[in-house]
Design a protein around this ligand. Structure first.
Ligand code: BGC
Length: 250
């Protein structure tokens, strides 16, 4: 395994990539970011990913995240991205766009979970860790002693008659104009349901809103401890780079 890798995190508003020191989980050099093209079709995203890798002058394998279920390199869902991704062989598409090199494609929250577990808020935790990303939707990753159970989609679990992410994604806070207190009540309801079914030892809260964790994490009423993510906006990149180098891929 090399000590350096390269990860690209494909999000709804930006596509970000960087080389990563796999000993420390820190980025090497600048994080490159290009706005996500619209419509965010597979071809348009692949061209943008290739541009980032070209700008970074990276020649080796690359790990790439998608906000979708990804099995054997194929995107299976498209909850918050262009529907044309469903059924796309993302591994082949990205590999072709990158001159035929080896690529690893995985779910965005799974990548963030791998990174937090190895280098961040989950490091050294001996138990079941669930990372949740609160953004446009809710992404999930479940880890146990460094192993990932890939493609969990807890954001779509029904909680009191509504999908969890329609109740407690951070986008819901904005669209419904909720205060942190009101939104924390929805998050608590979702976490309580998850913990009743999965009994984790720790929740890690990721996504942009975890930067303001002091406004809402202390208000949560569920029983399992919740800590903010440590890597924040680099977790997807770092996890993707680690997945590519270590051979961990769904
Ligand atoms: C998708 C997940 C993704 C999450 C965060 C959800 O809507 O179904 O696959 O991880 O959003 O982007």
């Amino acid at each position: 395994m090399g000590t350096r890798g390269f990860g690209v995190d494909v999000g709804g508003s930006g596509i970000k990539g960087a080389a990563v020191d796999l000993e420390t989980g820190e980025l090497i050099g600048d994080r490159l970011k290009i706005e996500t093209p619209h419509p965010a079709t597979p071809e348009a995203i692949a061209a943008t990913v290739a541009e980032i890798v070209r700008l970074a002058e990276w020649k080796d394998p690359v790990g790439i995240t998608l906000p979708s279920v990804v099995t054997s390199g194929i995107a299976r869902t498209a909850a918050n991205i262009d529907r044309s991704w469903i059924g796309t062989d993302a591994r082949r598409l990205f590999s072709t766009a990158l001159g035929g090199r080896t690529v690893t494609v995985l779910n965005d929250a799974d990548a963030a979970g791998l990174a937090e577990d190895r280098y961040g808020a989950g490091k050294g935790v001996d138990g079941v860790v669930i990372l949740l990303t609160f953004g446009t939707g809710i992404g999930s990753a479940i880890l146990h002693r460094g192993s990932l159970l890939p493609n969990t989609e807890f954001g779509h679990m029904e909680v009191d008659g509504m999908e969890a992410e329609h109740r407690a994604a951070s986008s819901v806070k904005d669209t419904r104009g909720l205060s942190y207190k009101e939104w924390a009540e929805e998050v608590s309801r979702v976490l309580t349901r998850f913990e009743d079914l999965l009994w984790p030892d720790l929740f890690i809260a990721g996504g942009g809103i975890s930067r303001k964790h002091e406004k809402w994490i202390p208000r949560l009423t569920n029983r399992t401890p919740v800590v903010p993510a440590a890597l924040l906006n680099t977790a997807g990149i770092v996890g993707a780079a680690w997945a590519a180098e270590s051979g961990i891929a769904p």
